[in-house]
Each structure stands twice: as C-alpha cells, then as structure tokens.
Write a protein that binds this ligand. Structure first.
Ligand code: CP3
Length: 343
C-alpha cells in the first residue's frame, strides 16, 4: 500500500500538517497549462490525449509539491461516452444536446460500452502514476449522477437546475432511468480508473444545493451509496471522498448513509460543526473559499488559519471549498501551501 499522508488522513489518521491538494489544481490559472491548451486547440482534445492530459495533471505537482494529483478529465465525459453530443464553447462553458424524455433515453448507449470508450482516461492515469513521486497519491474522479444529469437535461450549466428538477417531479420513473444508467456507467468508469492506478476517488456532487430532503435522498444519497458499495465490493481499500457541494445540513445524512470515507465541505459548512454532527468518524476535506485565494493577503492568511484551528487533531485534508478560479495568481497558491505547511 502506498505510503502517503493523504491516504493516511482519508483512512482516519489525524496527520499534521494536513496533506493538501486543490480542486481544479490543473487549469487556466497556470501559464504552463495555457501553453499546452493553446497547442492542443480544444479542451476535449486535451482530455482524450493521454500525453497532454498527463502533462497538465503533473504541472501543479511539480510547481507546488502537493500531496495528491487528480487526473485531468471532466465530469461530462460520461454523458459524452453515453452518446450525448458535447462541446465546450469558448467562454460559455459546456453545451450538450439535451435529453428530456424517454425518446432521448433510448438514444443512450449502455453503461459498459460507455466505460469502454473512456480508455484514453485510463491511459492518462497509468502515465501519471508512472511519473508521480511514490508518496504522491493519484485521485480518480467522476461527477455524481444527479450533477451530471443536470447538465444532460439542461443541455449545459444552469443556476437552478430547473429542467432536471421538473423532469424528476413530473416523471420520477423516467428520470430514475437516467440516474440509473449514469450510476451504472460511473461504477464501471471508477473501477477502471482504480485498475489503471488511482489510489483514491472523489465523487463531485457539485449541484446538491436547493434539493428538498426526499429528493436529496433519492437523487444524491442513494446513487452515491450504490456507487460506493459497488466499487468497495471489488476494491475495499480504495478511499472514496464525497463532495455534496451546497448540501448544507443534509451533508450530515450524506456522510452517514453513503459509505464514503471522507467528505469534502464547501465554504459555508463549518468544519467543527460538521465534525460534531458526524455519526461515523470520517475524514473531512476543505474548505477555503476560492475567492479568499484570489484575494490573497490577510483574507487568505485568516482563512487558512481558521481552517487549521478547526481541523487540528482530526483526520483532515486541506483543500478549497470549490475549484480554483482561473483569475487566481499562481503566487497565491504558493502562499497557501506555505501557510498550511507552516512556512
Ligand atoms: O481538478 C482538476 O484539476 C482535474 C480536472 C477537472 C476538470 N473539471 C477540468 C476542467 C475536474 C475534477 C473537473 C470537474 C468538473 N467539471 C465539475 C465538478 C467540479 C466543479 O467545479 O463543480 C464540473 C461541474 C465540470 C463541468 C465543467 N467543465 C464546466 C462547467 C466547465 C466550464 C467552466 C470553465 O471553467 O470553463 C468545464 C471545463 C473544464 N474542466 C476546464 C478544466 C480545466 C476549463 C477548460 C479550459 O478552458 O481549459
């Protein structure tokens, strides 16, 4: 088993100083990323070209000596592999050919052909693993079924996920079929990522906010529990991090009922409060406001200090409460790493 402070923390050890990585640590805020991206042309080409994806995965590790690398890919590759057309319009975010009914569902391929189409991602993981220092862990990931469904039903991003919610209210059985095929494909995709070299997994439930409790239970907790149980049946030692962003107090149920090993908190979920609510002692991760990292200076120093004070003595992984914002100054990231490591 890999000797990694990050994996020890996920398994419940209060490692101090806390291991650190940052969501979206590979990305446009880094000049070396923008250089690779400019040559590749578009984002999807980068995701599907293992040499390029491996290179940008490693860039933040070289620069900041972070404790974990996360494979460079995207949560929307699963719908793409299921047959949903996908493009990233410059400056506008993702655009998908929406699915809103049974006829749309019938156009999707099956889960195992979808997972088989994602071979380039597995190759990226193998390439990265071969080049990473042994003590640096490699994280595989997928979007959670509900979050991925919101993009499929809307045909892109949305602020209120209204189209997906309306389908779920009006036709619960039809919507459940979409969630089920996404769950099946995600299980196979994550298992393949482990077999290619992932040491841990993260499930991104980025749009868990605003769901009434019964819907959160049905669309977020149950599919996550099914994914965790299936993956753990074959790979019991691979820790799984859940990130139910914006779930507020419902995160307490998410931690108790999904079987995850660790939970990533968003900036609004206090670490001390969450720890006191946990019914099962799992590791926590988070949760600096990405805008405090953009601001730098005292806002950054105070934000890091407060998190370290709240987390000290417990199993914890330092991270942001959401992805790095492209406007972030790379120097501020160095400052963050130095602050966490007490430099
Ligand atoms: O964290 C990492 O460094 C690994 C790579 C990673 C990306 N996306 C690369 C990416 C990960 C883990 C993701 C997850 C992801 N993708 C999520 C969940 C996390 C979150 O932020 O809530 C979501 C919702 C997506 C969907 C997605 N991908 C959107 C909405 C966008 C467009 C927004 C934007 O920032 O332009 C993307 C594109 C994307 N995914 C980029 C990167 C580096 C930017 C692409 C570019 O122009 O180079």
């Amino acid at each position: 088993m890999r000797h990694s402070s990050f994996l020890r923390a996920l398994r419940g050890e209060a490692v101090w100083t806390p291991p650190t990585w940052l969501m979206r640590q590979a990305g446009r805020y880094l000049p070396e990323y923008r250089a690779v991206r400019a040559n590749a042309g578009d984002f999807l080409t980068m995701c599907y070209t293992p040499e390029l994806a491996a290179e940008v995965t490693l860039q933040p590790i070289r620069r900041y000596a972070l404790d974990a690398a996360i494979v460079f890919a995207d949560i929307l590759l699963i719908p793409h592999a299921l047959g949903v057309s996908l493009r990233f319009a410059e400056g506008e975010g993702p655009k998908l050919d929406p699915i809103r009914d049974a006829a749309g569902l019938a156009r999707l391929t099956d889960a195992s052909s979808a997972a088989a189409k994602l071979t380039p991602i597995y190759e990226t993981l193998s390439l990265v693993r071969a080049k990473l220092p042994p003590q640096v862990a490699l994280i595989g990931f997928a979007g959670a079924p509900w979050t991925v469904a919101t993009y499929i039903v809307e045909g892109g991003g949305s602020s209120d996920q209204a189209a997906a919610k309306l389908w779920a209210y009006r036709d619960p059985a039809g919507f459940a079929q979409l969630i089920d095929v996404l769950t099946d494909a995600t299980i196979l995709y994550l298992e393949n990522q482990i077999e290619a070299g992932a040491d841990a997994l993260q499930i991104f439930e980025s749009w868990a906010s605003g769901l009434p409790e019964p819907m959160f239970e049905r669309l977020c907790i149950r599919p996550a529990a099914r994914i965790v149980a299936a993956v753990k049946a074959r790979h019991p030692h691979i820790p799984i991090i859940g990130f139910p962003r914006g779930s507020g107090v419902l995160a307490v149920r998410y931690a108790a009922e999904t079987g995850i090993d660790a939970m990533s908190l968003d900036p609004s979920q206090p670490i001390g409060w969450m720890r006191a609510q946990l019914k099962r002692p799992i590791a926590l991760q988070g949760n600096l406001d990405p805008l405090a990292l953009v601001a730098g200076g005292e806002a950054l120093a105070a934000g890091v200090r407060e998190i370290l004070t709240a987390a000290k003595g417990s199993p914890f992984v330092f991270n942001l409460g959401h992805g790095i914002i492209p406007q972030t100054d790379p120097e501020h990231v160095q400052t963050l790493v130095d602050l966490v490591r007490g430099g």
